[in-house]
Design a protein around this ligand. Structure first.
Ligand code: FAD
Length: 379
């Protein structure tokens, strides 16, 4: 094993593994280091599925990124020869005055995305498993759906290694030493040097880069699978979905091959230290209680027996936008914190952009909304 590489990636999860794949494919000598053995169930990417949407309630900045990400996921699926993407469609539900749905509709108009707007009666007729008040609408994007997140990381891992990347699992980076040119990272398996460093350490990024005092919080989130009436909620007929309520937002996935409806609460969780977090599902009443109450009201025939639950971590900035930027003092160090519970869908394009930054190729995207400068008081 060498001790010097063109690029070292610290954290080979969703973003890091994708970046490793893109770099290795571009002929770059890359070393990926991960504290665990990705995909794994310690960070932000487990629980089988992640939603991909193009029309975007979080803001129009994300639409071009989501479209490019979609294209790259489909290319990855072809290259690996396995199913990674189920085009179930995504149905957004909420009050007709929901600002989130309004932004989604406007973003679809601006980018000419196909979006169907349905009233409550249409929604309930089309999907008898849904029960919503008359003042609600449905916003359906049939061209999007869900990604098999762990399978996707497995695919990037396999292809990165086939293209010459090296990966050390169970190898946490302890320290980073920055030099005027290059950087050194230390681990239990030795020290490694590289001309450029990419830090994609997910929920640990704040701790690993503590001198930078990144404005990120780690939040404990849960997801749960419930026994559901398969004839109503199977993925051949039921879409991925989210429901925007006045003070709560829930999201979920149809039952895939009998796994049950998977559902989570987007807007709630417990602040947590990633090394101390309670990883037991059910440790808090809300783990199971919130989503069950939600299902009973809106998807009543999916509120069956709890089949499975999982605890996951998210990393969140104050404005819920990502951080993709260079280290303020060392331009050869790139930092990417892409989460806020909606980052996975972008992993394909973010990995490509991280590799383009290293190769000094224009990414074609405006990354200023994700700069560190935005957190400076007068920035
Ligand atoms: C419950 C939940 C639901 C979500 N739903 C969606 C969704 O529907 N759609 C969507 O687009 N996004 C969703 N997300 C967000 C998405 O999963 C994240 O944005 C994404 O997984 C973050 O990727 P990451 O690479 O930053 O983190 P990870 O994939 O966790 O990777 C970070 C890696 O860094 C490693 N690491 C940490 N510290 C070190 C160290 N010191 N040395 C070496 N390695 C280290 C970790 O082991 C890990 O493998 C959801 C997230 C959660 C938790």
């Amino acid at each position: 094993m060498k001790s010097h590489y063109d690029v070292i990636i610290v954290g080979a999860g969703s973003m890091g593994m994708s970046a490793g794949y893109h770099l290795a494919k571009g002929g770059v000598q890359v070393l990926l280091l991960d504290a665990h053995d990705p995909p794994h169930s310690i960070g932000s990417h487990h629980g089988d599925t992640r939603m991909i949407r193009h029309a975007y309630g979080e803001g129009r900045t994300y639409v071009p990124l989501a479209l490019k990400a979609d294209q790259l996921w489909r290319e990855l699926e072809l290259e690996i020869g396995k199913k990674l993407y189920h085009q179930t469609g995504v149905l957004g539900l909420g009050h007709k005055d929901s600002l989130f749905l309004e932004e989604e509709i406007q973003s679809a108009r601006e980018f000419s995305l196909p979006l169907e707007i349905l009233d409550a009666a249409d929604v309930q007729k089309r999907w008898p498993g849904i029960s919503i008040p008359n003042q609600f609408i449905g916003v359906l994007e049939l061209t999007s759906g869900l990604l098999l997140s762990e399978e996707a990381i497995r695919a990037y891992r396999q292809l990165a290694l086939q293209n010459g990347a090296e990966l050390l699992t169970h190898t946490p980076v302890k320290q980073i030493y920055y030099h005027r040119e290059g950087a050194t990272v230390t681990t239990d398996k030795g020290a490694f040097h590289a001309d450029q460093l990419i830090v994609t350490a997910g929920a640990w990024i704040g701790k690993l880069l503590s001198p930078l005092q990144l404005p990120v919080q780690t939040i404990r989130k849960t997801i749960a699978w419930f026994e559901a009436k398969e004839a109503l909620y199977d993925y051949s007929k039921f879409p991925s979905f989210f429901v925007d309520l006045p003070n709560e937002r829930y999201y979920g996935f149809p039952s895939i091959d009998g796994c049950g409806i998977k559902v989570g609460r987007h807007d709630f969780g417990q602040l947590a230290d990633p090394d101390q977090v309670n990883r037991e599902f059910g440790a808090y009443e809300s783990d199971d209680g919130d989503v069950r109450r939600f299902l009973q009201s809106y998807l009543p025939q999916a509120a069956g027996k709890l089949k499975r639950g999982a605890v996951c971590l998210i990393t969140q900035t104050p404005d819920e936008a990502f951080i993709i930027d260079q280290h303020p003092e060392y331009p050869h160090v790139t930092i990417a914190s892409v989460c806020s519970a909606h980052g996975f869908k972008f992993a394909s394009v973010i990995g490509q952009m991280l590799s383009q930054r290293v190769l000094q190729v224009e990414t074609g995207f405006d990354l200023s909304p994700f700069s560190l400068k935005r957190f400076q008081k007068n920035g």
